[in-house]
Design a protein around this ligand. Structure first.
Ligand SMILES: *Cc1c(COP(=O)(O)O)cnc(C)c1O
Length: 376
């Protein structure tokens, strides 16, 4: 059996090595290191893939979120609602811009933002909602979009973990996550479902005016060369990363299918275990692209299971061990423990098993046998 990795980037690279090496060498030889033609090509191919009008590439997923919020022109103290159970980048950018993050609890089954909890905190200062499609699964977008429309709020989807997932509306219409709200953002961090060989990110929108704002924002607030109309940032996707991503985009559906197949095998082997809750998939089989395969451990010591797996040379992760509302940087008097019942519970129960595009059956067997052996 091959050594088990949390994410097997080497195995994935070997499958496309010749193609990537050739493109990288050609890109270097052409020396158009900044905004080279590969950036435009990848942008257009991603627009087609997502069926979204505009993709604005940038330097990473955190920048993408920050720049998306900058484009909304919000005022100091305006409130932005997001999930208590996500990677810190989502809330960090809100605070960084002088806006007020309002964290809310999540759904106990999907771990995605709880729509009724959003509804409870909407007030006169609320301007935007950032739903995170966590672990690869689409948040309840139909309900969130309706709530946003009713209250005149912007929706910025944090799609860093779910690129390629589909959301199906109740009338049967399907759209890609990230292309549903006013804007969507993603990350091409190497371990994400569409990973570069370094940092990268992008913002998506169907709105021409927002797209125009965003294109200036990522480039020092310049809409005409050396005319700085707004305060912007310098956030670009490297030409080399775009060249690599343009190749990998062709494999994204295949990669996501591999993840789904691995998740299914995990589910089959761990089904009906009294101490384990396997991931819940809401909706169609294409609504979850399994960025993570996350279990909940019931009536047992999750941290002891982590140690048991590590002792058997199985890497695993705890995403995320501390609710954001309890992080020093993001505490606020407005939060009450009882408003975060689900997050408070699941931070002690979740464990993410190795999940990537190269998992072999013998590895999955070994991992699931080792998980089960922990419970005796
Ligand atoms: C990875 C991630 C980000 C940040 O992406 P970077 O490219 O690392 O800046 C933001 N939000 C979520 C939910 C993420 O998983």
């Amino acid at each position: 059996m091959k050594k088990i990795e949390m994410v097997d980037l080497q195995g994935q690279y070997q499958q496309i090595e010749a193609q990537v090496n050739q493109s990288v060498l050609e890109t270097i030889a052409a020396t158009k290191f900044i905004n080279g033609p590969q950036v435009k090509s990848f942008q257009e191919n991603l627009e087609n893939y997502l069926n979204v009008k505009h993709v604005i590439p940038c330097a990473n997923g955190t920048d993408a979120l920050q720049i998306a919020l900058m484009a909304l022109g919000l005022q100091q103290g305006d409130e932005v609602i997001t999930s208590d159970f996500t990677f810190a980048a989502t809330v960090e950018v809100i605070s960084l811009l002088g806006l007020t993050p309002v964290l809310v609890d999540v759904d106990p089954k999907t771990y995605n933002i709880d729509v009724s909890a959003i509804e409870r905190v909407i007030g006169p200062k609320t301007k935007a909602i950032i739903p995170v499609h966590l672990f690869g699964q689409a948040a309840d977008m139909e309900e969130i979009l309706a709530l946003a429309e009713k209250n005149n709020l912007y929706v910025v989807e944090d799609n860093a973990q779910s690129i390629g997932a589909n959301y199906t509306f109740s009338d049967g219409t399907k759209k890609k996550t990230g292309a549903l709200g006013h804007m969507g953002t993603t990350s091409f961090f190497p371990s994400k479902n569409l990973g570069a060989y370094g940092d990268g990110g992008a913002i998506f929108t169907n709105d021409d005016d927002l797209a125009h704002s965003l294109r200036g924002m990522v480039n020092h607030g310049m809409y005409i060369r050396y005319h700085h109309d707004v305060v912007g940032v310098n956030s670009r996707l490297d030409t080399l990363q775009a060249a690599i991503l343009d190749i990998k985009l062709n494999y994204l559906d295949f990669y996501n299918e591999s993840r789904k197949a691995a998740a299914l095998k995990y589910n089959q082997r761990l089904a009906d275990h009294p101490n384990l809750v396997t991931p819940f998939r809401k909706g169609d089989c294409d609504s979850h692209v399994f960025h993570q395969y996350t279990l909940r451990v019931l009536d047992a010591d999750r941290d002891a299971l982590v140690k048991h797996l590590n002792d058997n040379e199985i890497p695993c992760g705890v995403y995320y061990p501390i609710p954001l509302h309890l992080q020093k940087a993001y505490t606020s008097k407005r939060y009450k423990a009882e408003d975060f019942g689900v997050t408070m519970q699941i931070v002690n129960e979740v464990i993410s098993l190795p999940m990537h595009t190269e998992l072999a059956d013998d590895q999955i067997d070994f991992i699931t046998d080792t998980v089960k052996s922990f419970f005796g």
